[in-house]
Design a protein around this ligand. Sequence first.
Ligand SMILES: C[S@@+](CC[C@H](N)C(=O)[O-])C[C@H]1O[C@@H](n2cnc3c(N)ncnc32)[C@H](O)[C@@H]1O
Length: 558
Amino acid sequence: MFSIVGDGFKTLFLQMHCQIGGGGPRLGPNSDVAAYRDFVLQNQALIDVPERGKCNRWASELRQEGNRLFLSRKFDDALAKFNESICAAEPGTEHLGMGFANRSAVYYEMDEYEYCLANIELAKRNHYPEKFAPKLEARELACRAKLDDGQSKGTTLNHSIGLNVSPNPKIPFIADGIVMKRYPGFGRGLAAEKDFQPGNIILEESPMLTLVGSRYNYCNNCAGSFQGCLIPCPGCTSAMYCSEECLGKDYRFWHRFECGLAEKLQNVMFGTMAMAPKRFFFGLTAFRDDIQEMMTYCEESTDSNDDPFVVDHTDQDQLEQFKVLHQTKLNPSMPELESVMRLSAATFYAIFMKHPLVKQLVTTDSQKDFMLRCIFDYIRKDTALSLDSNEVATCTTISTLSTISSLVNHSCDPNIIMHIRYGRIRFWVLRPIRKGDQIVASYGPTWWDPQPSYKSIFKCSCPVCDEGSNWSIHEEKLPAAVQEQLGVKIFGVNNPDIDQTNVLKHLHHFFTQYGYLHPNASFGPKLDVCKFLIIGLIHRGSFTLERAKVAAAQGLIN
Ligand SMILES: C[S@@+](CC[C@H](N)C(=O)[O-])C[C@H]1O[C@@H](n2cnc3c(N)ncnc32)[C@H](O)[C@@H]1O
């Protein structure tokens, strides 16, 4: 789970405990969430922080900081600073153009010429000052010369990172032959109805909702992390997007409720719990802003189907997807978080009820009560349902909520690698999956890397942790032929001259051939190698795809 906790939330939490000691209202883990709401409404002053508006002076200061980082060749940090400056710049002023131009300079130094040209274009379209135009033109010419000289980092993939097996006809982003099943001890999960082989990519889903702690490195809609292409929300300083399409979609389903409240929301954030209001407003939008209709559906359909495989995903019907997600029956037991969840729901309620649009849509007492309870219900469910990925480079956690991928359960002996980044969730088969197997990913720990510090909100029922199962690591020595093959593969992985895609192919071939010896202790490091190779391929592949998109938009390729 996400670890960011806002200062306002901490202050409110302390105040709640002081009041208990001082004879104030007793708010305990079982108190009704309405009592928490009343407490927050009485103490609103404690969480009220001002919003930061667009300001060119601030944009200029941020650009100077970015320039210093650029000169020290800290390019990623410089990009984040320039992004912050782009967000702060007042629309229609030269400060916006200057931010994009500075970003183009970073990309030139990183030998990312397509991204550089894209930013030069953005600078020109956004009032870049005439007096500096020769500098920008010189950079553009130099960039084109580099590309003409064949110095692009590449716009074609030599290894697909998309679904590479036949898709489900109604859900094109998941392999055919996968269904939802209920598993004792796990709840819902994904089951294979046919065999899958190592190397198969069996899911490539765009998350329905995302949550990212860092505003200036990721797209506010899809959580894509292509800093070089991010454009700002024209209305606030807190959201960036990887495309006009993401900007439009996010505005419609979420950002119109969040825009102008970002600082207040950040101040009361308690990790993944911030996903809940997002889900609520996504639902409200799917119900065409008709809170009464949404309320009637949510209150009357308590026994509806929670199997997302019944929904036809080809027509991208957000209402159907919302409905099936709403039906999730998960009710995790988290006694230590009960008060926090209630307080969190109440603070979100108090903040959103000040938004003019929310005030206009949510008017009666019963509608207000529904909004409060719905956000509380989603906080509880989404804490369990969200899938998280930790980004080491930016110290950020990306949380996602989706109809299909959120069904995947954890096992310390995973058969897939789950990768969440660049606006996509991918499931990549690691070791052979047989018809009837549950498809399981690791949420963190594995048998070869148990991660003692890992804390989970559930007691793990996977075969490795379940004392009743007969799962155990085989310590016996492997046959000579296998050992020899393992040795060769390790050599291949460490050798920079060998194409990693081929090494991955060999490793997959190895597991297909000798997978029956799993879980042998000697396999652990190889599974780890597979994991890193897969992550590396997705990383490079995603950048290549993005570079190709940027190049096509520039007319550099067809
Ligand atoms: C991302 S959801 C997976 C889908 C979920 N099982 C469902 O019914 O919707 C994660 C939640 O599933 C359950 N879960 C996943 N892996 C588990 C495991 N190894 N042992 C027990 N429960 C597990 C926990 O409730 C966890 O919070």
